[in-house]
Every structure is written in C-alpha cells, then in structure tokens.
Write a protein that binds this ligand. Sequence first.
Ligand code: BGC
Length: 716
Amino acid sequence: MNNEILQKVEKLLSEMTLHEKIGQLNQPETPSADNAEAFKEAVRNGEVGSILMSVGATAGNDAQGAIDISFYNEIQRIAVEESKNHIPLIFGRDVIHGHHTVFPVPLAMAASFNSDLIEQSYRDIAQEAAQESIHWTFTPMLDLARDPRWGRIIEGPGEDPYVGARFASAVVSGLQGDDLSKSDTLVACAKHYVGYGASEGGRDYHRTEISDYSLHNYYLPAFRSAVKAGARTVMSSFNDVNGQPITSSSYYLTDILRDKLGFEGFVVSDYDAVIQLKRQGVAADDADCAAMALNAGLDMDMHDYCYAANLEKLVESGKVSMEAVDNAVKRILYVKFEKGLFDHPYCTPAGYDKNEHLKHARELADESIVLLKNSDHLLPLDKSAKICLIGPFATERRSLLGSWCIDGTAEETPCLLDALKESSTGKIEYSSGLGLNWDSTLKKAYNSDVVVLALGESWSSTGEARAVSNISIPPEQLAIIKKVKAAGKKTVGVLFCGRPIEMQEISNELDAVIYAWHNGSASAPAVCDILFGDVSPSGKLPATLPRLATHIPLYYNITSSGRPVNCYYNENPYDCYIDSIPTPCYPFGYGLSYTTFNYSRPECDKTEISLGDLEAGKKITVSVNLENAGDYDAKETVQLYMNTPVAKMMRPIRELKSFKKIFLKQKTNETVSFELGYEDFGYYDPCGNYVVEKGVRNVFVGENCLTVNKVSVIIK
Ligand code: BGC
C-alpha cells in the first residue's frame, strides 16, 4: 500500500466524528426528485459515502433513465465544498458488459477465449462510463455456474475456474488501467464473493452446498485472480456457504478473503443484504445485522441504511469497536484517494470514439460466436444466396443487448434482418414464422436457396431473479424448426441465447447451428460475418450444452467415480440413466471452424522434473504443432488440460490449465508452447493449502475437453 495515501487517510480519519465515519460506510441509491433536497442535506452532513446510481433491487431488469451528470456534479460539489471533511463521494453503477456501446454478455465474452479483446472491451467500457460520472462498477461477476437454469449464468464466465481466473484479470486490468487515478478508469468490484453461482436448483438467492475442497479449487480461483490483478473492491454475495451467510461471515470475508487471498481493498454488501440477515435467520434485529456484518469485515452497506441507523449505538454499547469502524472507513478512503477523487471530484466529459468502440464490440462478438454444427459444409453461405429469414429474432433488437444493459439503446441496435440486408447481395425474404400465415412463409422458404432461422430467448428470461425451469427455446420456436423441415431446404439455426440451452432436439433438426448469444450492439453484424465467412468462427463453449435439461448439472471437470459410469466422458453412459444418454450435446471448449486444424502429438522439453526444481521456479515446456490445413485464415483456441491419475484427493478427469488463441493463415502451421510450473501442477486441499504431489500428470492439448491428444510427465 502507498504510504503517502495511508498518511492522508489517517489524518482525515482523526478529524472525523463517529457519525461522519459511519456516513462513509453508507451507500444509498440515487434519490427520487421528491427526496433530492433531503438527500443533499445528508451529503452536507457527511452521512453518505457513495451513491448507487440506479434504483430497484434488480436494477438490470428495469429501465433506469439517462444519467444526469449535472445532478452528480452538484451532489459532489456539496460533498466536497459544503461538508465538514470535504470527502468526495464515489459513484457506482452496474456497468456489467457495456455502457452505451454494449459488448457481448460475459458468458459470451468468455467464449471468445480472447483475454486481450476482453481487456480492450473493458477499457472502452470504462472510458464511456467514466464520462457519465461513474467511478466504480460492480464488475466483474465471477460466479462459477454449473446450472443453466440460474438466470445469472449469463453474467459470469461459465463453468471453469481457470477461464474465470483469466476473465477476472482481463476485466480488472481493462477497467482499472495502469493508473486508477486517471479519469478514464473505473474501480472494479469482484462479485459475488462467494459461491452465489451454486444457488441450489439454479433458483436465485438460494442456499448453496459447497465443500471446502470445491470452494478452494472451483469457486475461489477467479477471486484470487481478481485480487492479484488489483481489484480494489469486492461485493459479498447474498448466499450462505456452510450455513453461514457470507454477509456476516468473518471466516469468508476476513480469514479467507483478506488473510489468504491478500485482498486489501473494501468490501461492499450486495443490495439490502445486511438487513436480510434477519431473514436468513442469524440475526434477531437490525442492530444485530449491522454488528455482525461490520465485525465480519463488510465495509460498505448497500442501500438498506442498516449501518447508518445502528452503528453509532453499537459502538457506544461496545458491540462494535471503534477500531472496526475505523478500519472500514480507512479502506474506503484509501480507494477514494487512489481513484483520484480528492484531486478530480467532478465529471468533465471529454468524448470518445464511438466507432472505435463499436468496432471492438464487433470483433469480440465475432470471436464469441460458437459454430456448433455445419453439416456438409453448408456454411459459409455465398453472399448472393437467396435467403429466407424466419423467426421472431429476425427483427429482435433489445434481447441482443442482453441482461444488465442499463444504458444501451435497442433502437440503435441492428437486428438480423437489417444486418443481412446490409451484407448480402442476394434476395432476402423474411417471415416471423409466427401467426397463421404459414403457407406464405413456406412458399418463401421453397423459393430460397437456404433458410436461416433466427431463434432465441428473451433478455428478460435471463439475469437476476430470472431463473427458469425450462432451458429450451420457447415451444413456438421449436415448432418453426419442425415446420421448416417440410420445405426440404437446408436450414441454419442462429440461436440468440443468454444461457446454455438443451440442444438435442434443436441440433438434430438443423443442418447448421450458430450459437450467437446476446452479443451486444454488434450482435447481428457479427452473425453476418460468420454466415458469409468474412470471419471464420472461433468461439468455444465456456459451459457445457446438455442434450436435455434433466441432465444438469453437467460439467466437464468432474472427478472419476469408483464404478465407471462417467457420462461426460462416455464411460458406460447407459449406466448413468437407464432412459437417456447424458453425454454432453456439445462439451466444454467445443466450437467448429471453417478450416481444419490438425494437432501434432504434444511434446515436452523434459518428461521428468523434481518437485524441488518446480518449487525453485523451473518449468516444463509442452509444445504442439498446430496446422491450418484448410482454405480459410482462422483462429483456434489451443487448450491444455491436465489430469492427475493418482493423488491423495480425487482430482478431475480433465482440468483446463492454460489456453492460447492463435491466428493461422491457411496452409500454414506453428508451434504452440505452454510453460507449466509449480502453480500449474497442484491443487488446494480442503483447508486451502496449495499442494503439489509427486507422481504422474497427463497433459492433454487439443481443441476441446474431450481431446485424447496427450503426453505424460512425472514429478519426482
Ligand atoms: C445484484 C448485484 C448488483 C446490485 C446493485 C444486486 O441485486 O445482486 O449484482 O450489483 O444489485 O445493482
């Protein structure tokens, strides 16, 4: 930590009353016009530390209105000029995957496996948001999720801890830049710490069942990485782990987050979570809630005024120490200093290059799209092909922007019909496919060279408080797929989805399938880039697509069972269920290209290494030769998985340890190398200690988690 800042913080703290200190811990939301004057008075009195610049418990689901910069500048002026301590406020808003320019939803971003593009996108996002008074965003969302019924799976990086860790560092670096005090950065907030993605049955806000072993190996790595990348804030999650609400758990908020992970910033609660401790059954009244949360290490109280109403009395009665309050205040002030708010409290928009941001959004959308099926090389289409575009998503705009897009504009977002007309030179016929006029739709289909179906799920069935029990596309869309079959035309399905959906039926019926997610402002142009082959698809699945919803949870990094009934890897799949085969429809890491990539067998620079050498920092280099044998220049995500056949704890059959996204021109090849060191060969025991055991490691390098292309190394 920076000594100069620490001294400033101490000095300021020494001049503050308890009332003013508690004000720093209080984060109300933007007041309504009726409340604005009373709110300003509270700011004047030092009773507000931050503003949540949105309204409502699930702000991503509601229209929030444009940001009034002059209002925030005025509030800031009151804090800086008229309050006794002149402490600026920090303004926070959920800028989750875009501001005015909307980028793909985070699950889709993860599918790009392109950390550089993700980082670049968050640079753009920070630049846009910072020009509208925003200092702090509640991003990245790092909840590992294995249940697609959970609506919030859309907001995070999917089912894999390593992908989560890479995503975390890219987002934090993008948002915070190399100097947080610059005016075009945002303070990042790693959330929801921890385990929220394991909400039972995918039902939002529910309890979780997470073993310590899983916690350290699956749920914590992304947070570890965010902390390492310098995330200045963390949001505690609504859920409990091990019978303890995270909001009131000093074990999770202090022992693990601060002492083990080394987090030095401040923790903000989730919305109203402090007061909800009563409903969770661990606090008798509001005072209990405040005492438990603060004593646990939760610094800022979002929205429920529980700290503001109770902490003064709690300190007087000795239930909360002044030291605990001081520590929370110090952490918040420290971040305010780091963000440069004392020197530059006001927002003065400098403008940004909207076209450049749109270009980046399109690049990321291009790389997020996953080609699932391409029978007889139906794709790419010729630009002059006669296309019949059918389906409700042909003219859909809002859903393409995804959940948690509170500042994007649907009207400015091209739909697929617009984008097709723009990029094709052939005749485009269109029908929604809904309603009674099916004969005319069928006629259009007959007269076309190919049918493109635009299908998907609405943005409003994804996101917070949007769990679903049916993870398929709506029945009327399934009906369209079936009816189009009657036209006997080759059919491409474009699926605009925010979660993994059940794929068996859809996949069987269609000739080609493009998983296009909710990819933001450039969703539709990016689909055209893929449809016409201007870009070869390179997205890979960050979460398994099941055949049937009843097969979930279904994720790749499972441990072996004593009897070989491992469905994911096709070991006696009939023994898993007697009525269906629960192998994935499309496994983790899967995604097709227009070219053919050939992998050589992996080779190691040494096949044995001593544990001592690893501890001393020596590494093993694993290399493969990657050949682009086809007729397209294309990108491929080379994935490296590991398996430890014998260890003291059961280890996953495969776990992703590294990946590299490589661009290769057609008919060229390249050696792709990975360095594996101490941090790659071990795992965390249930106490959270990192262990590297001696013995064999199988290292797999290939195109998805089912690859059998392996080499073995021995740690002696
Ligand atoms: C969500 C958070 C969000 C917060 C503020 C909560 O309901 O869980 O992810 O940052 O609201 O809008």
